[in-house]
Design a protein around this ligand. Structure first.
Ligand code: URA
Length: 436
């Protein structure tokens, strides 16, 4: 390192602004190991406590992007636009959105993450598709993108490697909750994909990574400012994560929901969010004049089965078993499926996404630690949503579990997460704020 790390850390501790060169030097030390673990932890804590200016956050993002390979996809002439979500319960939008937006003539290079804790990850959902490969080389990723309009891959060690070390240290040093660190972590990886634009779905509500609306808005503003300064087009939606998205929670159950949605049977909230995010992607790509026109194009491509054809092509290119398209049973099934019945008559007064997300993890469908194994088949399928009228004995949900005991133990937790009351509550708006 050119600069003395302790001096840079002390300057950040004392509230001074670091130059782009100083930040590049620190990130260089993260990658080549010359910045020690104590120094990295101290630097991250100084940023967490004192924040960063937009210029510093941009410099950090670009240095992290440039810590590894930056893909270009020169062979792909179409605009390249991705969507990224901060994570939610039941959020399977990417699986539906990518083929839909690709069908509209936009290239969608998607490097997605694995789930940790109660929010699922797209890569874990794709792992529930028999045969589907997400361990693509960057070259193969580009070929698939070119051939079918979208490609999905797991994070590669070659892309933004600085983030791996920084995120692992943040995780154990109480420095995850920092807007500049979250911004640079998300955008460094996304910029390395080789995109022209990015739509962010920033969730807020009980099961969101940042539950408070103010924090979610601050993240949207930071992402849009830094992404734009880094040279890509940006839009962000703040969306509700006070309730699960769609009806299926758990990896193969969510894939089955996506397969049905591609055939036209889609829960209203999942369709609404997919179209809202898709419209933003078409606007960023410059292939639609306004949001209404964009939605109309997407609805037609969905209804006419074009999105399903693109999904099929991608499935074929990434090694997935095409039989799932005709027979979702190919996805497999958990051995024990138990109905959860309403204990009273009235209206579903809540559907708590945090409680249900935690339950899916405990059933084996998510991980507590990064290396934990996942059972793709377990989870919950809701039969009712907030405000539905139910009678005693009506099925509120089905639990899919590995053992009879696990299924029985889950029943009480589903009942607690879905109380039945006298008052009819309606779900509020799904899209709460837009920034573009
Ligand atoms: N997702 C990321 O990739 N990084 C963060 O810091 C937070 C969420």
């Amino acid at each position: 390192m050119q600069h003395h790390p302790a001096r840079l850390i002390a300057r950040k501790r004392d509230g001074h602004e670091l130059s782009a060169g100083e930040i590049q030097d620190l990130v260089g030390g993260v990658v080549d190991g010359t910045l020690g673990e104590a120094q990295l932890g101290a630097f991250l804590m100084a940023v967490c406590c004192n924040g960063m200016s937009p210029q510093e956050t941009t410099a950090l993002t670009l240095a992290m992007r440039d810590s590894g390979r930056v893909l270009r996809h020169a062979q792909v002439a179409k605009p390249k636009i991705d969507k990224h979500s901060t994570g939610g319960v039941g959020d399977k939008v990417s699986l539906l959105l990518a083929p839909l937006v690709a069908a509209a003539g936009v290239a969608v290079p998607m490097v997605s993450g694995r789930g940790l804790g109660h929010t699922g990850g797209t890569i874990d959902k794709l792992a529930a598709l028999p045969g589907y490969r997400t361990d693509l080389s960057p070259e193969r990723f580009g070929e698939v993108l070119d051939q079918c309009g979208y490609a999905m891959m797991a994070p590669s060690a070659e892309l933004a490697p600085a983030d791996r070390r920084m995120y692992a240290t943040r995780d154990v040093s109480g420095t995850v909750e920092s807007i500049p660190l979250i911004t640079s972590s998300i955008l460094a990886k996304k910029l390395a994909e080789g995109i022209d634009g990015l739509v962010m779905d920033v969730k807020c509500g009980r099961a969101a990574f940042l539950p408070a609306a103010d924090d979610a808005t601050a993240l949207m503003e930071s992402l849009c400012a830094v992404g734009s300064a880094a040279g890509i087009r940006m839009a962000a939606l703040r969306t509700d994560m006070d309730h699960p998205l769609g009806l299926a929670l758990g990896n193969s159950l969510e894939v089955a929901e996506v397969l049905a949605a591609l055939e036209g049977q889609c829960p209203d909230d999942l369709a609404e969010l997919t179209l809202a995010l898709g419209a933003e992607m078409l606007l960023l790509a410059g292939v639609a004049s306004d949001a209404d026109a964009a939605r109309a194009v997407l609805q037609r491509l969905w209804r006419d089965g074009v999105a399903r054809q693109v999904f099929r092509h991608n499935l074929e290119l990434q090694g997935g078993d095409l039989r799932v398209l005709e027979d979702p049973e190919v996805l497999g099934r958990a051995p024990h499926v138990l109905a959860v019945e309403a204990q009273g008559t009235g209206f579903v007064a809540d559907v708590d996404p945090l409680a249900l997300g935690e339950l899916v993890v405990d059933l084996g469908g998510g991980r507590r630690q990064p290396g934990d194994a996942i059972d793709p088949h377990v989870g919950i399928v809701l039969k009712h949503v907030l405000g539905d009228a139910v009678r005693t004995g009506d099925v509120l949900a089905f639990v899919h579990a590995r053992t009879r005991g696990a299924a029985e133990a889950a029943v009480g937790r589903v009942l607690a997460a879905m109380p039945v009351g006298e008052e009819r509550r309606k779900r509020g708006a799904l899209v709460l704020q837009r920034l573009a």
